[in-house]
Design a protein around this ligand. Structure first.
Ligand SMILES: [Zn+2]
Length: 314
């Protein structure tokens, strides 16, 4: 009797109680995480990001780590991952504002996304490369790294409509003390947001405010009210770029582990990465999603991604 690899994987999932949201015999999407420079502990962020993406069962993950020495021009000139080997590139990379990438690598990312690839921007990755106009266009909005009002608009909620606003104060990236905050959904029909409650409590995190950029093709899917700025700040965004898709969340500060182990954040990260890769979302809402008043923090390996029909068989 011949037994296919797929059958064996399904059997293994049943025997070992896999909590993945992906049938075991479906091909995984290929993700490349970029790291190696960041004002955060990038190794810890990559470890957590990889764990979340692998636990949901939808992805296989590679990591491209940049040269460690910012002054090693030869090493930087030869660092140029082959983006076309992947369905989606996820940036956990922050050069602090001055782009360190070679021209080949820069044009490679632009061509990859413009040609239909996916790009995911998480937390301080939107601080990166302020001096690279195409990067600012890719991420829609960014902060710090030398950004000034000359880098573009804020995006602001007025009468339940998100507008571009260049007339605000001079801030170009800011946040107050870390705290839990409510995420409010603005689009209940987008594949990333479908099925989520209208409001849910995100675990203690930095609430980025006053991000600024070209704002071209930006759609705000969810926001959080900042008591500091007394405005809603975009927390989940998509950006149209050529034939590709960019997914951007300023959430996800790694210091403690609360924000990145928030079940809501892990859902946004995994679904956003799937959407950037394919334009669709098959991942279900995991069990134990946060409520409006209750934070839910669960390590990636313990998040239950199974669809409701199978979760009743526990
Ligand atoms: Zn941070």
């Amino acid at each position: 009797m011949r037994i296919s690899l797929g059958s064996l994987l399904v059997l293994a999932a049943l025997v070992f109680g896999c909590r993945s949201g992906q049938p075991a015999d479906e091909p995984r999407l290929r993700v490349l995480i970029l790291d190696g420079q960041n004002n955060h502990d990038w190794a810890l962020t990559t470890k957590s990001t990889r764990a979340t993406l692998e636990a949901c069962g939808r992805f296989e993950v590679d990591v491209a780590t940049s040269p460690a020495d910012r002054a090693d021009a030869e090493a930087w000139s030869s660092w140029s991952p082959t983006f076309s080997d992947y369905d989606v590139v996820l940036s956990n990379f922050n050069d602090g504002g001055t782009c360190l990438w070679s021209e080949d690598m820069k044009s490679g990312l632009v061509a990859f996304v413009a040609g239909g690839g996916g790009f995911v921007v998480v937390h301080a990755a939107d601080n990166s490369s302020a001096d690279w106009p195409d990067y600012n266009r890719l991420i829609g909005l960014g902060g710090w790294g030398g950004r000034t009002p000359s880098h573009g608009c804020h995006i602001r909620l007025v009468d339940d409509v998100w507008i571009q606003d260049a007339a605000l104060d001079g801030l170009s990236g800011s946040h107050g003390p870390q705290h839990p905050f409510v995420i409010e959904r603005w689009d209940d029909d987008h594949p990333v947001m479908r099925g989520m409650p209208p409001k849910w409590m995100h675990a203690k995190d930095e609430l980025y405010d006053s991000l600024r950029g070209p704002c071209e093709g930006v759609t705000v899917l969810a926001s959080a009210y900042s008591a500091k700025t007394e405005r809603h700040e975009a927390m989940v965004m998509t950006i149209d770029y050529g034939a590709g898709r960019v997914f951007h969340t300023p959430m996800g500060h790694v210091g403690g582990t609360d924000p990145v182990h928030c079940v809501g954040f892990q859902t946004v990260l995994a679904r956003g990465t799937e959407w950037a890769a394919t334009g669709k979302v098959t991942l279900p809402l995991p069990a134990g999603f946060p409520t409006e008043s209750e934070v839910r923090v669960v390590p990636p390996q313990d998040v239950d991604w199974r669809r409701p029909s199978s979760s009743t068989k526990r």
